[in-house]
Design a protein around this ligand. Structure first.
Ligand SMILES: [Zn+2]
Length: 553
């Protein structure tokens, strides 16, 4: 027996089979049985020892021989408001042709009331073969304002009515951070690249509070099907300055008993003063219910890989196809190191921990420098988001300073190509250094950055252990030396994100932990990464939160 919490306890629930407790520093910590009482694991060990604690009223969880139990997952980086808004968006991700997309859009158009905006996502120019146009869209949405994000969210396809609402015409000039696609005569075609997308999307009506609440509730219920029982929301893209948007909605949902997963909700820099005045503290409940808690101050340190706006120590490689990087040869910080340090210390003095978005190695270094003076001073640790490129001199500092490395393995699927284009020979040497950071004592916390990537955590877990993806050319591996062992990857998706959120009694299944449990096919751990392996397509059959069934397939 690994241990138990007092022999007087009678078990509410007994789980027998192959159960990963994640006890100890490494490995899965397999046991034959766990006993659950009052929502927590109270005993873990051999079948015989745990069964001895069962009484007449103890329920038993039946497992098939080809199933295992793992701790349920936590997504450490999501944008809940933006993700929830996708609930009512038209999904074009399954369409191979423009015609198939138009058919789905025609149906959606018929369902919507007159005048309502039609929103969607998921079309893919690589599959459709050519850029669709406003004229294509007008044929099926007849005068309705409509905008449809591409699969990778770098452009929107808009209807003529949407362009009219935004005042886009032949004379409209391109914004500095984007491009309006035009025909030979200079007329906009209905395709807005990068920052030009905002010309239209900012005109779409904001959802009402109740609409947003229902969408967040529905979206969070979907997460349970993947085994996710908690998420860390890394703040809205539109700064919620007066704290009446996402954070208030999540609080109200929790207080009303309508929040299917536990949420830590964060703020942008613009809302820091309001959060300090309101007495928000990282890890503390937002309202009556402890299911919604305050997360982090989120600071943007730089831009992105694809756009080559991330800030690097050495210049970006030259790119004949796209010309010079838009913000200079090394990219640019969007917040200076001094500003980041000032914000982090102001926040820490009031019990608010900081999370810094840092893609380039120069920004990762600046973020580590900014957080070093406040390391360990908040109940919830500080963290750095993404850290896609880390100079070898900085890899040990995450462990030294106790700064969480919040990474999204699924990003590597689409990023590998752009990393090699943008950083050349450096890409695999300093890119996505998960094993090295963990090897130097840094704590990895996994998320998917939904809605910018699909929220499904399982393909990301597979990428973390293979450093490869079925969508890549056969045999292609990106930085094989950075591959994690399977137990390291699993820990990064449950135990570590819980610790990173200041919840040391979640994410494992040893005695004392909350019984957040999922039952998955054994193949997920026994043959996880055989080509097209079981790990990337895993779906739990059963998910429990605090010992209660919250999802059953
Ligand atoms: Zn994000």
């Amino acid at each position: 027996m690994i241990g138990h919490m007092g022999t007087s306890t009678t078990l509410d629930l007994l789980v027998e089979g192959r159960i990963a407790t994640l006890a100890g520093e490494t490995g899965f910590g397999w046991v034959e049985a766990i006993g659950i009482a009052s929502g927590r694991v109270v005993a873990a060990g051999s079948r015989r020892d745990v069964e001895a604690l069962a009484g007449a009223k103890t329920r038993r969880l039946d497992m098939a021989p080809d199933e295992v139990v793992l701790p349920a997952l936590r997504d450490a980086h999501i944008h809940l408001v933006e993700a929830a808004r996708t609930v009512n968006q038209v999904d074009l991700s399954g369409t191979a042709t423009l015609a198939a997309g138009l058919e789905i859009l025609a149906q959606a158009h018929r369902r919507l009331p007159d005048g309502a905006w039609l929103e969607g996502t998921g079309w893919d120019v690589a599959r459709w073969g050519d850029w669709p146009t406003a004229a294509d869209l007008d044929r099926v949405v007849a005068g309705r304002p409509a905008f449809l994000w591409s699969r990778e969210l770098h452009q929107v396809w808009v209807s003529s009515a949407a362009m009219a609402a935004a005042g886009i015409e032949a004379t409209t000039i391109d914004p500095p951070d984007g491009r309006i696609r035009r025909d030979e005569s200079g007329r906009p075609t209905g395709m807005l690249h990068e920052g030009a997308s905002k010309l239209v999307t900012r005109h779409a009506p904001e959802p009402t509070r109740e609409w947003l609440a229902s969408a967040i509730e529905a979206y969070c219920r979907r997460l349970l099907a993947y085994g996710i029982v908690a998420v860390d929301d890394l703040a809205q893209l539109v700064p919620d300055v007066d704290l009446t948007g996402g954070i208030a909605t999540v609080r109200d949902l929790a207080d009303g008993g309508r929040l299917p997963v536990r949420v830590h909700a964060s703020i942008r820099t613009e809302a820091l003063s309001g959060a300090i005045e309101g007495g928000f503290r990282s890890g503390a409940p937002l309202g009556e219910s402890d299911r919604a808690r305050f997360g982090w101050l989120k600071i943007f340190g730089d831009g992105s890989l694809f756009s080559r706006t991330a800030f690097l120590i050495e210049p970006w490689e030259s790119d004949d196809e796209r010309g010079a990087p838009p913000t200079g040869p090394r990219g640019l910080p969007t917040t200076t190191a001094a500003e980041m340090a000032e914000l982090a210390s102001r926040a820490a003095a009031r019990g608010i921990a900081t999370a810094i978005h840092a893609i380039g190695d120069a920004t990762v270094r600046a973020a580590l420098d900014a957080l070093a003076p406040v390391a360990g001073s908040t109940a919830v640790p500080n963290r750095i988001e993404h850290l896609q490129f880390v100079d070898p001199r900085d890899v040990g500092r995450f462990g030294e300073l106790g700064i969480v490395a919040s990474v999204q393995p699924i990003h590597l699927r689409g990023d590998a190509r752009w990393a090699r284009v943008g950083l050349g020979g450096r890409a695999e040497r300093i890119g996505y250094p998960w094993r090295t950071v963990a090897g130097h004592g840094g704590m990895l916390a996994f998320g998917a950055d939904a809605p910018y990537e699909d929220v499904d955590p399982w393909p990301g877990l597979a990428i973390a252990v293979t450093r490869s993806d079925p969508s890549w050319p056969p045999g292609d591996v990106f930085g094989a030396h950075e591959a994690l062992t399977l137990d390291m990857a699993v820990r990064a998706h449950c135990l570590h994100p819980a610790l990173a959120a200041g919840e040391p009694d979640r994410g494992g299944l040893g005695p004392g932990y909350w019984a957040d449990v999922m039952v998955v096919p054994a193949a997920a751990v026994d043959e996880p990464t055989v080509r097209g392996g079981a790990l990337s397509t895993t779906r739990p059959r059963l998910v429990l939160e605090a010992g209660e069934v919250v999802f059953e397939r």
